[in-house]
Write a protein that binds this ligand. Sequence first.
Ligand code: THU
Length: 163
Amino acid sequence: MKKIQHIIEIEDYQSFDELNPQDRKLLDKAQVACKSAYAPYSQFRVGAAVLLANGEIVSGNNQENAAYPSGLCAERVAMYYASANYPNVPMLSIAVAVESEAVKFNKPLAPCGSCRQVMAEYEHLFQMKMRVILSEPGGRVQIINGISDLLPFTFNAKELKGL
Ligand code: THU
């Protein structure tokens, strides 16, 4: 037996002002998107903005439902919108913003496992790392350069082929 360590790298910023202009713009779009989230049950509003390789930015927000499991996270709404409308255009970055009157945030919001799995799908499809820009309302930002630092041991189409 041997132990294998997986080291992950996270860029940690204390404020939005430290970001490069492109990341800042994407995060601003995510913040705008979270304002119109449909989150009547959790009051936890999340916005996501995806930068595509053609320069387009698409955004989405969480959509809840009285039948709770029928709702969908902001990240997947944004990525699915991107894939539905720009099917062959790689997704370069996704920024995520959150707001809630009920919660006191002390670190950037971490995407749920299902959203990480969907990020992994598009990274694999386009064979390009996706930058994930996470934020907390107080201004702290964490950037992860590629899904393997968010979801190690990823299951993707390669596994289906037994490669
Ligand atoms: N949510 C997101 O949209 N993204 C995340 O990364 C975490 C959670 C949503 C789902 C649900 O509408 C609400 O936040 C509470 O879980």
